[in-house]
Design a protein around this ligand. Structure first.
Ligand code: PPS
Length: 277
């Protein structure tokens, strides 16, 4: 807790009334959405400034310097820190927090592929090993279960909007509208439509300011995959065996028994996403 509070002081982010936080997972997508809401659908910033500059990661070493030299209002910070590290420091503040969640089977598969590319992370191991580590909470940033339960159970004490990856995927227009209302940045219809267009999977995949292709191979090995990989609900079905699915479900049931959140595990039927065409 000391770490996060000290870090916030260094960034000057204790004056968090003008700070928007984005956390976990659908993070990059939400960075693009927030950028485009701020620019009222004009893609200039999103196409000229890398996402790690416009919405820096609180836990990255460069964040404090970047924010000290930035005069932009509001400032946008991204973080994967758990609630018990960061939440208490934000409780008395007016910071707006957007918590993005995704069904954990898809999180796991997406993270597995990212892990294989990421040279700064430990070896991902085999998929069964990775699955085990995910369920045990021994991967980077700790337990997914504790993370989501920590943040969402404290939502009432925070100025927090919970958005799901699945709702972004099935109705991006509605979701962007909801986020823009929360941020008190209402958009005109044509501005909203521009946001939707530039936040589509295909646009973001082609935008080097958000698709991580600018990151050198020493950090992200692009020969091993692509950050903007599939962007689908239910891709876990292509990775999980039946036995792994049972193993996951058993652990999920036990770890989430005190949680009322419901998850969407499959892409809704008859709903071909127009956004990826
Ligand atoms: N516009 C859009 N539409 C659909 N899906 C999208 C979009 N932008 C990012 N993504 C997908 O988000 C996944 C990466 O998650 P995160 O951004 O949370 O990763 S990270 O925490 O920042 O490493 C990763 O998911 P997978 O494709 O399943 O691996 C990205 O493809």
């Amino acid at each position: 807790m000391v770490y996060a509070e000290e870090w916030l002081k260094m960034t000057g982010a204790t004056d968090v009334s003008r700070t928007w936080f984005i956390t976990f997972t659908g993070t990059t997508w939400m960075q693009e959405i927030v950028t485009l809401i701020s620019s009222r659908g004009d893609p200039h910033v999103s196409q000229t400034t890398p996402n790690w500059t416009r919405a820096p990661w609180l836990e990255q070493y460069y964040c404090a310097d970047l924010l000290k030299s930035s005069t932009s209002t509001p400032r946008v910070l991204t973080t994967h820190l758990p609630h018990d590290l960061l939440g208490p420091a934000l409780q008395e503040s007016k910071a707006r927090i957007i918590y993005v969640s995704r069904n954990p089977k898809d999180v796991l598969v997406s993270f597995y592929h990212f892990h294989k590319m990421a040279n700064f992370l430990p070896d991902a191991g085999s998929f069964p090993e990775f699955l085990h580590h995910f369920l045990e909470g021994t991967l980077h940033f700790g337990s997914w279960f504790d993370h989501i339960k920590g943040w969402t159970s404290q939502a009432a004490a925070l100025n927090l909007l919970h958005v799901t990856y699945e709702e972004m995927s099935t109705d991006l227009h509605r979701t962007i509208n909801k986020v823009s209302s929360f941020l008190q940045r209402p958009l005109l219809e044509h501005e909203l439509n521009n946001c939707v267009k530039h936040c589509s999977f295909s646009c973001m995949k082609d935008n080097k300011m958000i698709n991580y292709s600018l990151i050198p191979d020493e950090i992200l090995d692009h020969s091993k995959g692509c950050f903007m990989r599939k962007g689908e609900i239910g891709d876990w079905r292509n990775m999980f065996t039946e036995e792994q699915n049972r193993y996951f479900d058993t652990a999920f049931k036990s770890k989430m028994q005190d949680c009322i959140l419901k998850f969407v595990w499959e892409k809704p039927e008859n709903e071909e996403s127009e956004l990826k065409d």
